[in-house]
Design a protein around this ligand. Structure first.
Ligand code: BEZ
Length: 224
């Protein structure tokens, strides 16, 4: 049974889950005010939070997103950052990183000083920090459904290859109605949905041109 503190946390810090509709919101960003649903239009959105501006791990992560923005654009995905800092802090940090390293954070970063969006998306996890968002990544599809969520603590940076890999995996799964095995990367074999009836199982057992380990585990090359 949940204790009083846990009940309060569930009430005040809801955790959106995979399959939920992404909560809509309005916010001020480094690219001006946005309403999430209008910003997203018919694209994928990678919504990510970081604990604080002018901090070392966050600077490496935001630079990682900036340096690979083109790859997200090619995947029809918009980047949207967030931290519980003011617009002035965001602007100062973006300008500072550009001056010191030449990397420009050319995507909107939400100034979430009132913690509205952080709380809405379960980015504020009070047992980790009551004032800083954890490192969350929400993958939201064009239908505004949350498809994958990552949570990292304050002291561990994320992995940009993995962020791009799972976005490609989600899109591949949607397009070809397949599943992706451990460590899958584009170009590797994909998993066929297992048969659900005896008839489908017989058909799968007779299928050629696939790697059939058994009726429930079959892989194939994708013809893209
Ligand atoms: C960082 O980004 O370096 C950081 C932020 C908050 C806590 C610890 C590290």
């Amino acid at each position: 049974m949940m204790n009083e503190q846990e009940q309060m946390q569930q009430e005040f810090y809801p955790m959106p889950r995979i399959g939920d509709q992404a909560p809509d919101f309005s916010a001020m960003t480094t690219k001006g005010p946005i309403k999430f649903s209008e910003f997203a239009k018919d694209k994928w959105v990678v919504l990510f939070s970081h604990p604080a501006d002018f901090t070392p791990v966050c600077t490496t992560e935001m630079s990682g997103f900036a340096l690979r923005k083109k790859e997200f654009t090619q995947l029809n995905a918009e980047l949207l950052g967030l931290s519980i800092d003011s617009i002035h802090a965001h602007l100062g940090w973006v300008a500072n990183v550009k001056e010191k390293t030449g990397v420009y954070f050319d995507f909107p970063i939400i100034a979430d000083l009132d913690m509205k969006v952080s709380k809405l998306y379960g980015m504020l996890q009070p047992n980790e920090s009551e004032t800083a968002a954890v490192r969350a990544v929400f993958f939201i599809d064009p239908a505004k459904k949350i498809r994958l969520i990552m949570y990292y603590p304050l002291n561990v940076g994320r992995n940009m290859d993995e962020i791009l890999r799972v976005l490609k995996a989600l899109q591949t799964s949607d397009k070809f109605k397949v599943a992706l095995p451990l460590d899958w990367k584009p170009g590797e074999k994909v998993i066929l949905p297992p048969p659900k009836t005896l008839e489908e199982m017989d058909a799968r057992n007779k299928e050629t041109g696939i790697e059939r380990i058994d009726f429930y585990l079959s892989k194939k090359e994708l013809k893209v």
